[in-house]
Design a protein around this ligand. Structure first.
Ligand code: MG
Length: 254
């Protein structure tokens, strides 16, 4: 007699028989859909088999300049992507809904400046327009560099400070792993569900399922305007750098 049957028989004998005892372990097993097989990256941080590599060290074919959608004018040096301030922000040619993102970045050793003017860049998790329009996950040298906490590295700029400061010193690579849940809107444009962000900085949880009040605003309170799929955008900021990037990949979740 199977274990569950024996238990059911005992339960019946002592008067516990009822709907709960009629259930079997198999009743709560799910057998479909079967999760797809994904081969993990060979090393931690390497792109898994189903990732879209946005920058692998060779070229900028996945990127365009934000201002004219022409070629992205940042430079590739020794396999890293280096911000070129004069070229402005760059964004992906592809658009995304919700996704998992891995991106590595570095503030140069010996960076000058302080506060927001020290290794400033940013990842706009969805670009909602030209310039800095979008939802910014801040990039900044926050290693012994105080600034307003909702503007330090790994903050959701002006909305949510990070849960911890997990910075490595300038000159070392930093890693962001991000889960972006895109906002949804009703047909009349009203917000149905807000954007949400979970993020790790160098493996440390810094944003835990944080709901955003809208795209980032430098001045004033954020508010939503309806939008659909959007590019991922990187910021060319005048505030001390230049910041470099490497090993950027994304796994769409919708
Ligand atoms: Mg920034």
């Amino acid at each position: 007699m199977a274990g569950w049957m024996r238990l059911a028989a005992i339960a019946a004998a002592v008067g516990l028989a009822g709907p709960a005892c009629a259930q079997k372990p198999e009743d709560t097993e799910a057998h479909s859909p079967v999760p797809p097989v994904v081969t993990p990256g060979a090393q931690p941080g390497a792109p898994p088999s189903d990732a879209i590599v946005l920058f692998g060290g060779a070229d900028l074919r996945e990127w365009v300049a934000v201002r004219d959608k022409g070629p992205a004018g940042w430079s590739v040096e020794d396999g890293t992507l280096v911000v070129k301030l004069a070229a402005g922000n760059i964004e992906t040619k592809r658009t995304f809904g919700s996704y998992q993102l891995h991106i590595e970045w570095r503030v140069p050793a010996g960076v000058a400046g302080s506060g927001q003017l020290r290794g400033n860049s940013g990842v706009f998790l969805a670009s909602t327009g030209p310039g800095d329009a979008g939802y910014e996950l801040q990039i900044l040298d926050s290693y012994r560099n105080p600034t307003y906490v909702n503007g330090q590295a790994a903050s959701l700029y002006k909305q949510a400070p990070p849960l911890a400061n997990a910075m490595r010193p300038p000159g070392e690579w930093q890693v962001y792993d991000v889960v972006w849940t895109a906002p949804t809107f009703a047909p009349d444009g009203a917000l149905k569900t807000p954007a949400k962000v979970t993020a790790f900085h160098n493996g440390v949880l810094v944003q835990n399922d944080v709901a955003l009040a809208g795209p980032t605003r430098f001045i004033g309170k954020p508010a939503y305007a309806p939008h659909g799929r959007a590019p991922i955008k990187l910021q060319a900021h005048a505030g001390g750098g230049p910041v470099s990037f490497r090993n950027i990949w994304v796994r769409p979740l919708d």
